[in-house]
Design a protein around this ligand. Structure first.
Ligand code: AMP
Length: 280
């Protein structure tokens, strides 16, 4: 596995590979890697000649300084995991290397960036958009791999690709979970043992929804889930919404959208966790 800190070195190497008609798969991450990230690397390996993974804790997508400061950084272990997974190249730039200009890329993202995470983490998607614009400009992959875990982010990436007309195939991969259902996340390692024991409650709530769909409306199921969280002593719920999976707008009935998703964000102590399930 080759590692690059400078974009010029990475683009030189990519240029030589593209001349050989190698297809590039790209997996952007913020590190503190786990099996969820590795599943994206593995999917890329199946579909491309070479897989490039980036590890970059993007400061512009954090709306709280404390969250950025506490974000787990485990570079040595990340390298081991990527090496073991057979990743071909890793890009680990400094902040100034990625943000070498002071441009602020912005265009209307609409409802997919304004609701849920957009409401609760102001500026977050602007940061996501600005880092991905730069990373895609550097790597120019044929395919890029994202996790359904960050459902809303996937919709934002779709908009970004459409806006710039890049011929990059967006591949969305399923959520990898721990044995007890907790969605794998870099932030899980910030949970103490008590909180970790409570954390599966999120997926337990989400996974009860499909059975309940036949006996209640979207609003009734939202209320049911919200009151479960309200009664739980350890969680502070930010949102629990059942929405059109293409626009994230609320739905009145199960027939209102072709694709439906339930999304949740909740704080467990100081750790903010998100999860989702597709209901239709
Ligand atoms: P992050 O490092 O948190 O920015 O995540 C990098 C990529 O890995 C994103 O596309 C995430 O959606 C994806 N990812 C994170 N957790 C999981 C998971 N549990 N299963 C699948 N993909 C994931």
């Amino acid at each position: 596995m080759i590692s690059f800190k400078l974009k010029s070195h990475l683009t030189d190497w990519l240029g030589s590979q593209k001349k050989l008609s190698k297809k590039i798969g790209f997996v952007p991450t913020m590190g503190a890697l786990h099996q969820g990230h590795i599943s994206l690397v593995q999917e890329s390996q199946k579909e491309n000649d070479l897989t490039v993974c980036s590890i970059f804790v993007n400061p512009t997508q954090f709306n709280q300084a404390e969250d950025l400061k506490n974000y787990p950084r485990t570079l040595e272990k990340d390298f081991e995991l990527l090496l073991k997974a057979g990743c071909d190249a890793v890009f680990i730039p400094e902040v100034a290397e990625v943000y070498s200009d002071s441009l602020d890329y912005a265009f209307p993202l609409g409802s997919v960036a304004e609701l849920m995470e957009g409401k609760h983490r102001p500026g977050h998607f602007s940061g996501v958009l600005n880092v991905l614009k730069r990373l895609f400009d550097i790597v120019q992959p044929q395919r890029s791999y994202f996790g359904q875990k960050d459902f809303q982010q996937c919709l934002v990436v779709k908009k970004l690709l459409a806006h710039y007309g890049w011929p990059i195939d967006l591949r969305i991969c399923p959520i990898v979970r721990e044995a007890d259902g907790l969605a794998m996340s870099s932030r899980n390692q910030l949970l103490d043992s008590n909180a970790r024991a409570q954390a599966p409650f999120i997926y337990q709530t989400l996974s009860a929804l499909p059975v309940k769909m036949s006996s209640g409306s979207p609003a009734e199921l939202e209320q049911w889930a919200q009151s479960r969280f309200a009664e739980h002593p350890a969680f502070e719920l930010e949102y629990f919404e059942i929405a059109n999976a293409d626009t994230l707008e609320r739905i009145g009935s199960w027939h209102d959208a072709e694709n439906i998703v339930a999304c949740v964000a909740a704080r467990l102590g100081k750790v903010r966790l998100i999860d989702n399930v597709l209901l239709k």
